[in-house]
Design a protein. Structure first.
Length: 404
């Protein structure tokens, strides 16, 4: 294929992409080259240089993710480095493993993220990213290396595409953070996308629970062991994530204001989540506060439930019928079924608001959320009365044979 010398810009790239005879474009003003990829809708940027009469191609990124003006800026910076005798890829790390271990230490101290988020990232690095990529030199990273050493091994572990996508995104974040902080001068993953490796569309996992299962599930939860009962009851009543529910404390319950005030330090979004107390929530939480010793509501063997213990409580009681997040999805599906306003649902779920939603959406009003939750709880506890649920809960928590 022909190598064509042109004044490179995005328009020229798109125009020459229509000519299958042109394999690459060479910029007439700089040593910048764009090589078209199969399909010709994408390309790879290179800085071409000669050292000891040998031609070198230094990959800068991928078009159109990396626009022409950005590639030209990078090229100018690299030429300055070459002019001062500096290395193109200056880095405080030699191997990917060193970089990953740095990121682990950094995120462990990043307290703006929830404890569960930090723990999750550290675990993924330990169990997946380090074993696959730890020994690879940063200077040796290419798309083929990523495919061979990371993406294919992850697929061989029978992980779902959505999980692999999350791990790949985490891996990219490590390199982006290092570059942003000036710890590496070039990011070899810049412009790489998940779809470069796996073309299958990643769909959200469907819930294992239907709204028609609601009565059966609430009946089952009220018969679980004390810790499993309390954890899942709180999750289902307020559509909480497991990490939020297991960390709830008595001090977060304000009976005078009628509010469960969950601080951003334990939520996934980092935003406070203030949930009104319905008649059902008031009765159940007051029973827990009266009976539970200590401040935490979910206890295992007299201690606050850890992340692993909380997951085990779900697994052992659900017997693989559902997973923890299915309880949150069941609550959300029920809200849709009873016609709860979409934006009220979003605020109750504590989803991060986008764009101008924060300016125009007034669903944070206490009375609006209270009315919505009250309707949901009345439906959730169909067939029960408040006194019966309180008695079941108190008996489970105080019974000698099933004390958690």
């Amino acid at each position: 294929m022909q190598s064509l010398a042109v004044a490179i810009n995005d328009t020229a790239i798109s125009r020459h992409a229509l000519d299958a005879g042109v394999g690459e474009l060479r910029d007439i003003k700089s040593p910048l080259v764009l090589r078209y990829r199969a399909g010709r809708e994408k390309g790879t940027w290179y800085l071409v240089r000669y050292e000891n009469r040998k031609k070198q191609r230094i990959r800068l990124g991928y078009w159109p993710v990396l626009k022409t003006k950005d590639a030209q800026t990078i090229t100018a910076d690299l030429l300055k480095k070459l002019g001062t005798g500096s290395e193109l890829q200056s880095s405080q790390f030699v191997t990917v493993g060193q970089l990953l271990q740095w990121y682990q230490k950094r995120i462990a101290r990043e307290l703006v993220k929830s404890e569960s988020r930090r723990s999750g990232v550290i675990t993924v690095i330990d169990k997946h990213l380090l074993p696959c990529m730890g020994a690879i030199r940063i200077a040796d990273i290419t798309k083929a290396v990523i495919d061979d050493k990371l993406m294919l091994p992850l697929q061989s572990q029978d992980l779902k595409p959505g999980t692999i996508r999350n791990y790949f995104g985490m891996f990219k974040r490590v390199f982006a953070s290092a570059q942003e902080l000036g710890l590496i001068s070039l990011n070899p993953l810049a412009g790489m996308k998940f779809v470069d490796y796996i073309q299958r569309r990643v769909l959200a996992r469907e819930s294992s629970l239907l709204t028609s299962d609601r009565q059966q599930i609430i009946n089952a939860i009220l018969g679980y062991s004390p810790a499993a009962m309390v954890l899942q009851l709180l999750m289902l009543m307020f559509a909480l994530r497991i990490g939020e529910a297991r960390q709830l404390t008595k001090s977060m319950v304000n009976m005078q204001r009628g509010l469960l005030a969950i601080p951003g330090s334990i939520t996934k979004t980092g935003h406070d989540n203030n949930l009104p107390l319905t008649t059902w929530a008031t009765a159940i939480l007051s029973t827990l506060i009266d009976v539970r010793a200590g401040d935490y509501l979910v206890m295992v063997n007299g201690e606050p439930a850890t992340k692993d213990q909380a997951q085990q409580l779900i697994r052992s009681s659900a017997n693989r019928r559902y997973r923890s997040h299915d309880l949150r999805k069941l609550a959300r599906s029920t809200w849709a079924e009873i016609g709860m306003d979409y934006w009220v649902s979003e605020r109750l779920l504590n989803h991060r608001q986008k764009g101008q939603d924060q300016a125009y959406i007034k669903a944070d009003a206490y009375d609006v959320k209270l009315a919505a939750l009250q309707q949901y709880h009345d439906l959730l506890f169909t067939g029960f009365d408040v006194g019966t649920v309180q008695a079941l809960l108190k008996a489970a928590l105080t019974g000698k044979a099933c004390q958690s």
